[in-house]
Design a protein around this ligand. Structure first.
Ligand code: ADP
Ligand code: ZN
Length: 284
């Protein structure tokens, strides 16, 4: 059987399935302390005979196999999880291959194999939620180098009507600092989900996200860009982002038709956990 963990800052989704992903069983547990959370993970997985596990984790995490802290959650703002040997704890309990990558790389993998990017060889997945994070699959492999991509923290040009300083503790007005859910909430003093009717809000939001997508297009040339996360539930953003993207790129590179290039997740909220199961399957 396959095991999967989509490890998020507020909840962990755990799943097991047969090796063909035909029958999937899934539960969700709150993310508390590492000790408590891992106890619940073990309690769930101990009922099964796992042959491989796939993990997509919040981060930053260490994905560098040559590093002494490979498999650790590293400098996360969630203090209890800093420098936690996530992979080590799993390996100690279950002597099986474990695939270890970011939550967004796992989601990109899920979308490529079973979601919006089926039939493509590459795709990019961006979540716009509490933070902004991007993952990609290129030539069938999750994109990693020395570390993993941190696509949410790229610089963007400020909108001329935007006087917000930005909310990123590291960079102020990086993409995440200007366009993640908490940035919207700080700028307007209201949660993003209650700003649906404010055209100005989504125009500015689309201005930032389109710049980011242009950067990803120019640097990675993915065959599809999938936008998920809570903020993207505002589906009026999609046409605004596509229009702004077209204006910015100005015909310089050919992309697929934008309605097919910039899209919602085909797996809805299951992109991450499905990707984790598929990454476990890949280990067999
Ligand atoms: P997380 O990033 O923690 O996994 P989400 O992707 O749900 O969780 O992101 C949470 C953020 O998304 C919050 O800042 C919230 O205000 C915003 N959000 C959630 N639902 C909506 C919605 N329907 N419209 C706009 N923003 C939303
Ligand atoms: Zn930043």
């Amino acid at each position: 059987m396959l095991g999967a963990i989509e490890a998020g800052g507020t909840k962990f989704v755990l799943a097991v399935s047969d090796n063909n992903l035909e029958h999937v069983e899934k539960i969700s547990i709150p993310t508390t302390t590492p000790e408590e959370t891992f106890d619940k993970v073990f309690e769930f997985f101990d009922n099964y005979t796992l042959e491989a596990i796939g993990v997509g984790s919040f981060g930053p995490i260490d994905v560098n196999k040559n590093s002494t802290t490979y498999g650790y959650v590293t400098s996360t703002p969630k203090l209890a999880w800093q420098n936690v040997d996530f992979l080590g704890k799993l390996k100690e309990r279950y002597d099986v291959p474990v695939s270890w990558t970011t939550d967004v790389n796992a989601a990109a993998y899920g979308e490529l194999k079973k979601g919006a990017a089926v039939g493509n060889g590459s795709c990019l997945y961006l979540t716009v939620g509490t933070g902004i994070g991007g993952g990609a699959v290129i030539n069938g492999e999750p994109l990693e180098g020395y570390g993993h991509p941190e696509m949410g923290h790229i610089p963007v040009r400020m909108h001329e009507d935007d006087t917000f300083d930005g909310a990123c503790p590291y960079h102020g007005n990086c993409l995440e600092g200007l366009a993640a859910g908490p940035a919207i909430e700080k700028r307007y003093d209201k949660k993003a989900q209650y700003l649906e009717d404010r055209e100005d809000v989504w125009k500015i939001e689309a201005y930032y996200l389109a710049q980011a997508l242009m950067t990803y297009t120019l640097t990675l040339s993915p065959e599809k860009i999938i936008l998920g996360g809570g903020v993207m539930k505002q589906t009026q953003l999609f046409p605004l982002i596509r229009d702004e993207f077209a204006r910015l790129i100005n015909g310089y590179v050919a992309t697929p038709a934008l309605e097919e290039y910039i899209v919602s997740p085909g797996l809805k909220d299951n992109a991450g956990i499905t990707g984790c199961l598929l990454l476990a399957q890949k280990e067999l």
